[in-house]
Design a protein around this ligand. Structure first.
Ligand code: FAD
Length: 440
């Protein structure tokens, strides 16, 4: 219901959720203006040309192309993609030895069994914390019997497997949850929001999806919204530069991290219930480190096709992806989530490299000096304040429902954190952009 025909609908944020909402509203013949804080479009989709190549510093993957709406956009616009599945992996143990095929089978099967338990969890109150649930299962008789019946391991091998699994779950909490196991709800895996099918990436950048969506939409950049006054029929949107925009309705798609930090003031203030939902939903940090070399020192003839490597060193699994084919140069991508992502932001690339080198030295005799390193800092970014949402301990779908609830038919909310399927992903954000328009 448009309150005033003169004033447009204002969408705050030109990420995928905001642009999708704007595009849908425009299709309905509505007048729409998008206000974006940065000098670029795309938000957490951020493709940057460095040298001759385009690097995705935010989202890289379409998580499963079957029935994925992002894949439809890609096909309609004939955007080039490359299949990059990372389910074929190799694992190095802390003694530097590669897990052989039997060891790998035992490890991956036990991992699957545990993930299955997270999906099937039927007593969420008993197992509120993912860490608590995992420790209970790992040490429980049921798991030990299961391992013994299937794999006939001796006591020391079981202890080693338990440790490897516990540390690996910490890595799973980092990616795809941008958090640490101790902060995750035990139900985190129940609502996994990936589509089936191949995972694909964009050699020329994810931003091409944004370019397709934003055609013919009015986006004003460098407009940092700091206040939304919805006390009158006509809503006033104010920027830090003192500009004032009038709107009939406002769709707010800024990241949850920005809402948590109260960077935008609401007049009147948001309800206590909404503020509580904002603070209760999890929003974590996830960062990337790209390291370029002159030579592929990590390749062996046997594992020529493997692009996903894990190294267990002390209490941590280090994970890197071989991106050399995409970037036409030997390149490794290291992924960091939760506390390690925050650490990454607050130290120099040299310090990070020295730390990583210690793990690589367990495996490789000679590690050449990288020719270039660069990292992302999504947690330090005032227009993101983190990377994506996750299911924190105590998470309920009610909290998402409360935050999604429009206010007086004037204010509407969208963004990846409000997705009913695929929170924390591009497709989730896209679908929340479609959903919000249905509610207007
Ligand atoms: C490192 C990283 C890797 C990722 N990898 C993947 C992946 O491989 N696949 C996948 O599916 N997803 C991935 N994601 C998640 C995905 O990028 C996000 O879920 C999605 O892009 C979020 O879209 P959005 O529109 O909800 O938010 P955003 O893209 O963040 O858009 C919100 C917009 O609001 C703007 N804004 C903020 N504050 C203000 C203000 N005060 N005034 C005006 N504008 C403001 C921001 O600048 C931004 O443009 C990744 C994210 C990160 C950070």
């Amino acid at each position: 219901m448009i309150k005033n025909k003169q004033a447009p609908i204002i969408v705050i944020g030109a990420g995928i959720a905001g642009l999708t909402a704007a595009s849908e509203l425009q299709k309905q013949g509505k007048s729409v203006v998008v206000l974006e804080a940065r000098d670029r479009l795309g938000g957490r989709i951020f493709s940057q040309k460095i040298g001759h190549e385009v690097y995705d510093l935010g989202a890289s993957w379409i998580h499963g192309i079957e029935a994925n709406p992002i894949w439809s956009i890609v096909q309609q616009n004939q955007i080039q993609t490359t299949v990059f599945n990372y389910n074929e992996s190799i694992y190095y143990q802390s003694n530097g030895q590669l897990l052989d095929s039997t060891g790998k089978l035992i490890f991956e099967q036990s991992l699957d069994d545990l993930l299955h338990q997270f999906k099937e969890i039927d007593q969420p109150e008993r197992y509120r914390h993912a860490l608590h649930a995992l420790e209970t299962w790992l040490n429980g008789q049921e798991f030990l019997d299961h391992i013994n019946n299937q794999f006939h391991l001796d006591k020391n091998a079981v202890i080693k497997l338990q440790k490897m699994l516990l540390d690996f779950f910490n890595l799973l909490a980092e990616d795809p949850c941008a958090s640490d196991l101790a902060h995750l709800s035990a139900e985190f895996w129940k609502n996994e929001g990936f589509y089936p099918g191949d995972e694909v990436i964009f050699p020329q950048g994810y931003v091409q999806v944004i370019d397709s969506l934003s055609k013919n939409i009015t986006v004003l950049t460098n407009k940092v919204v700091e206040c939304i006054d919805y006390s009158q029929d006509i809503i006033q949107v104010l920027t830090v530069d003192g500009e004032k925009f009038s709107a009939s309705q406002v769709v707010i798609t800024v990241p949850l991290g920005v809402l948590k930090k109260y960077h935008i003031q609401f007049l009147p203030d948001l309800s206590q219930q909404k503020k509580q939902a904002i603070q209760s939903l999890g929003f974590g940090t996830f960062n990337k480190l790209f390291v370029r070399f002159n030579e592929c020192f990590w390749k062996s003839a046997e594992y020529e096709q493997i692009n996903n490597v894990y190294i267990h060193n002390q209490h941590r699994w280090l994970n890197f992806l071989d991106m050399s084919e995409i970037y036409h140069q030997p390149t490794l991508l290291f992924l960091f989530g939760g506390a390690s992502a925050t650490w990454l932001e607050n130290v120099s690339c040299d310090v990070v490299w020295q730390e990583i080198k210690q793990s690589l030295e367990l495996i490789f005799d000679e590690i050449p000096q990288p020719i270039q390193l660069f990292k992302t800092e999504w947690g330090n970014d005032p227009f993101s304040e983190g990377s994506f949402s996750y299911q924190a301990v105590g998470h309920t779908s009610d909290q998402v429902g409360i935050l999604k609830q429009p206010i007086q038919g004037k204010l509407f909310f969208a963004g990846e954190h409000l997705a009913s399927f695929g929170a924390g992903t591009v497709h989730g954000a896209y679908e929340s952009g479609l959903d919000v328009v249905k509610s207007m």
